[in-house]
Design a binder for this molecule. Structure first.
Ligand SMILES: Nc1ncnc2c1ncn2[C@@H]1O[C@H](COP(=O)(O)OP(=O)(O)OP(=O)(O)O)[C@@H](O)[C@H]1O
Ligand SMILES: [Mg+2]
Length: 150
């Protein structure tokens, strides 16, 4: 889909925040400044998280309480070995929702079922957002999204 503004990206984040359930994993990729953290902040807001959601670049994993626990991760600075040592499965298969910025760097460590979101910058306010469902449930979400947003 094409997002022409932060508000349109927020609409997608809101739709997904309403959909997620315990154990949902969403991988986020895109260049510097594409909008991974902006998406995460809007997603957190619509999940009912109060307070500030920052980029977890230096803390790697930050936990928030919303309708469900939210685990916000940024694996940009990690090697695959370091990421492996974090025991991410505990989060991926836990009671909360995982948002993983730079998920493509740890593709091998992701669960078989997850939703992937790629944000590409077209110009200052326009983004191409490509959503891919891995697994039956996320595939279904993609079909619903396609119906809603074309
Ligand atoms: N359509 C859009 N969707 C999302 N963000 C947008 C859009 N248009 C403009 N923006 C702006 O783009 C910026 C994205 O910055 P953000 O920090 O979210 O990027 P990032 O992908 O997390 O980058 P980094 O990898 O450096 O952490 C924000 O300032 C946001 O307001
Ligand atoms: Mg970021």
């Amino acid at each position: 889909m094409i997002s022409s503004s932060l508000e349109q990206t927020e609409a997608l984040a809101a739709w997904l925040a309403n959909k997620v359930q315990p154990g949902t994993v969403i991988g986020l990729d895109g260049d510097l400044g594409a909008g991974k953290t902006a998406f995460s902040q809007k997603f957190a807001k619509h999940l009912g998280v109060s307070g500030v959601v920052n980029s977890p670049t230096f803390t790697i994993i930050k936990e928030y309480e919303g309708r469900l626990p939210l685990y916000h991760m940024d694996v940009y600075r990690l090697s695959l070995d370091e990421a492996d040592e974090l025991g991410l499965d505990e989060y991926f298969f836990g009671e909360g929702v995982c948002l993983v910025e730079w998920s493509r760097l740890i593709t091998e460590l992701l669960p078989a079922a997850y939703l992937h979101i790629l944000i590409e910058t077209m110009d200052e306010s326009q983004r191409t957002i490509t959503i891919t469902g891995h697994g039956e449930l996320y595939d279904k979400w993609c079909r619903e999204l396609k119906e809603k947003w074309g």
